[in-house]
Design a protein around this ligand. Structure first.
Ligand code: FAD
Ligand code: UDP
Length: 360
């Protein structure tokens, strides 16, 4: 079979490219090293019949109507707004930090404008925000930084806040009102029948063939002449020519509690200062599934293992730029996605990046 396009990876990036190109009449082969489609957003039933996300909790949110409409062709949605509590000083407190967080942590009863004044008093004003430490200190000052951010960040990344780009901590806003949602995007939904079903619908064209359990490294020389779309780690593609790009990995501990209908007081609990895991997530609270038991995942960050997170800081960005330069010089290969572009993308941003990668 002669393919027009060979796509490496069946995650959001690969599936979006495949769907659009197949619709335009191209013959596509997707090569995926795992035994399933969907990349890290894959979901499935666990052995107890509970819908889980084996690679950690995935909540869809976007401000882009275009991306939301595009994905809506392949799934119906269920409205879902994520809420997270952070376990600090033996209390479960809303994160992002809001009025409730401040009042409950310090035993105060401040109004919204008083919280704004309070934050203004305790923040450590920075002229330049050079990294995540500057960003957090500039917003909430030292005590809240230590209690909510420094330990969590050290665990998650193996680095201090000061060693990470400001964009990392900037994902978490600070609020003076009572809004306790994790995200404020215009569109916040879960796919009604799960992500995997949505990916199956995206890949349903007869123009798309999928080779699972197949590593590109073993088939690299085949399919000459086809355009290549690569969504794996960019340093691997170039055989680490400029050195290894750091990616952070996770180990997931999945547990089931047969006689517990609700395990924890919110869908996700963050543990900035206790335990080796960063957070625990109870899937039923996200999917709305009814079941007498419950399944929970804890995330243990580590250096080695599947690459899950690019690590945003200046030196890694400089190294990535050297790989990006190699990529720019390729004639018939497109690099797109969280690993290939070394960007801390959310799912919707990957869809956006994939759409624009094939439009250009
Ligand atoms: P991936 O999903 O990583 O897909 C790449 C695919 O390529 C993989 O399936 C991989 O097996 C395959 N591959 C790589 N190399 C090869 C090779 N050599 N040969 C064959 N196949 C190969 N985003 C949100 O919007 N909301 C969330 O709540 C959210 N939560 C997250 C939680 C965790 C724990 C993690 C790790 C990420 C989360 N994300 C979330 C981000 C989201 O997972 C990504 O933005 C998105 O899934 C990336 O899609 P991708 O296609 O770029 O990469
Ligand atoms: N963060 C933190 N404390 C928290 C939540 C987040 O310090 O309770 C910091 C931490 O550095 C984390 C980053 O903010 O890696 C981004 O958090 P987010 O929840 O967006 O991470 P993700 O869901 O991508 O793992």
């Amino acid at each position: 079979m002669n393919y027009d396009v060979v796509i490496i990876g069946a995650g959001f990036a690969g599936c979006t490219c495949a769907q659009i190109l197949a619709e335009n009449g191209k013959q596509i082969l997707i090569i995926e090293k795992r035994g399933h489609i969907g990349g890290n957003a894959y979901d499935c039933l666990d052995e107890h019949g509970i819908i889980i996300h084996p690679y950690g909790p995935h909540i869809f949110h976007t401000n882009s109507e275009r991306i939301f409409r595009y994905l809506s062709r392949f799934t119906n949605w269920v409205a879902y707004e994520h809420r997270v509590l952070s376990f600090v000083e033996k209390k479960y407190l809303p994160i992002p930090i809001n009025r409730t967080t401040i009042n409950r942590l310090y035993d105060l009863n401040l109004t919204e404008s008083e919280v704004a004044e309070y934050l203004d008093r305790i923040r450590i004003s920075k002229e330049k925000i050079l990294n995540s430490e500057d960003l957090v200190l500039n917003s909430v000052g030292n005590d809240l930084c230590e209690k909510f951010f420094r330990g969590y960040t050290r665990k998650q990344w193996g680095l201090d806040l000061s060693q990470l780009s400001a964009g990392v901590a900037a994902r978490i806003p600070t609020r003076t009102n009572d809004d306790d949602r994790y995200f404020t995007d215009k569109f916040q939904y879960m796919p009604q029948n799960g992500y995997t079903k949505m990916f199956e619908n995206m890949l349903s064209s007869p123009n798309i063939e999928i080779a699972l359990n197949t590593d590109f490294e073993n088939v690299g020389a085949e399919h000459k002449g086809a355009t290549l779309i690569y969504t794996g780690a960019i340093d691997t593609f170039y055989d680490y020519r400029h050195g290894k790009l750091p990616y952070r990995s996770l180990q997931f501990k999945h547990e089931h509690f047969a006689n517990t209908s609700q395990y924890q007081p919110a869908a996700t609990i963050n543990y900035p200062n206790d335990f080796k895991f960063t957070r625990t997530t109870e899937f039923k609270q996200i999917t709305g599934q009814k079941h007498p038991g419950t399944s929970v995942v804890s995330e243990f960050p580590c250096d080695n293992g599947d690459p899950y997170y690019p690590i945003p800081n200046a030196s890694n960005e400089a190294l990535y730029k050297r790989y990006e330069q190699l990529a720019k010089d390729e004639r018939n290969t497109i690099f797109v996605g969280r690993l290939a572009q070394y960007r801390y993308y959310n799912m919707d941003q990957v869809v956006g990046a994939a759409i624009s990668a094939i439009e250009h």
